[in-house]
Design a protein around this ligand. Sequence first.
Ligand code: FAD
Length: 409
Amino acid sequence: MDFSLTKTQQQMAEALSNLGKYVIRPMSLEMDRTHVVPEAFMKQFVALAGSLRSDEVNAALGESVERPAPTRDKPTQANRTALVGAEWMAWADASLLLCLPGPGLGGPPIRATGTREQKKKWFGMLEEKNAAGELAWGAYGLTEPGAGSDVSGIRASCRKDGDSWVINGRKCYITNGARASWTVVFATVDPELGRGGHRAFVVEKGTPGFSVGKIEDKLGLRASETAELVFDDCRVPAENLLGGEDAYGSRSTGFQTAMKTFDATRPLVAAMALGIGRAAHEYARDFVKDRYVLSRPIARYHVLADRLARMHRKLEGARMLVWKAAYLADTGQPNAKEASMCKAAAAQAAVSACFEAIEICGAEGSIQGEHQLLEKWFRDIKVYDIFEGTGQIQRVVVSKRLFPDLRAF
Ligand SMILES: Cc1cc2nc3c(=O)[nH]c(=O)nc-3n(C[C@H](O)[C@H](O)[C@H](O)COP(=O)(O)OP(=O)(O)OC[C@H]3O[C@@H](n4cnc5c(N)ncnc54)[C@H](O)[C@@H]3O)c2cc1C
């Protein structure tokens, strides 16, 4: 496995580093206070990203064009390029990253299970709107008040009625849920069937019976919208069933769709956590260089230098796991275990980097200011150990693979 960045990836990292430093970070605290990312910025960003798009970047963004699945002989760089974008954008501001227009978490299930027509329709809708200067998002609605970690227990129901399906239930904590043009919603034909009962639908904004409930007020990622979605006899056309009816049969296609989403997105979420952890580490490193106590720069105190070295080592170690998970996806190999391992490791390394950075910086670490974002990163990072499966759940996924013959977990 080659760890060097392609030319596109290097250019992307450099461009995002400058954008982050000079444009995004100076807006961070205001976005955190107001819970809003300026629309003008998002429009400029979409236009800029559109003008810079290369084949490699398009593939990383998962645009609607069908591409052959990667293999070991014909690998892609799509997942690794997406990692670079995710890490650098989160290094700049993780809330803003989650607010950027595009399919978001709704993209992977459509790519994994959608028919050719469905991919064209739902990705095409967002691309057209964004190209016309109208901001447009997709979303992913799986979690329910009683089913977060254990998604096999979802209770939102769906029943076939003539040429349509009728959905009832609630989804909670849905990123970009209120603003999304469409959401991939998971429901069950019968809770007794467990995973086998799951179906995935694309529900368009404005569909009668679909409404937005409360918008959450959160500890961190405060500029990112997290919404409750309500389905009250919400009727969607039969063609909105992802993959079409033949895809389900007696198999647990709906559940697998949800899980395949995680194989694609956990490395990305892990890369975002690394971006925040790296930002905190750099902040603490620069702080100790300039800070004098008892007439010595405090970096000279070995206890502090040792802590910084450990933080760096944990972040770099997690990055290796993240890159391995993406490399496996880029070469068409299964990566569920690696996706879970990297998510658990990166979130933990980054949470601990933010925590230790605050301690190292003393009072300055907990004060807000345009150039003092450590306190914000400390709040932002915690959720990376919660969404897309908590750290505990990632360890459950890995341990199941260590004991494949035991069904007692
Ligand atoms: C900001 C934010 C954005 C989100 N965005 C989305 C989104 O876009 N779409 C979406 O569908 N969901 C989204 N979520 C939901 C997120 O995926 C869930 O919060 C997460 O999966 C955890 O579920 P839960 O909160 O219900 O916790 P619970 O499942 O209630 O877990 C509570 C605790 O029990 C532990 N636990 C549970 N089961 C086990 C077990 N078997 N073994 C050991 N420990 C266990 C967990 O680790 C956790 O510590 C978002 C959440 C947040 C906070």
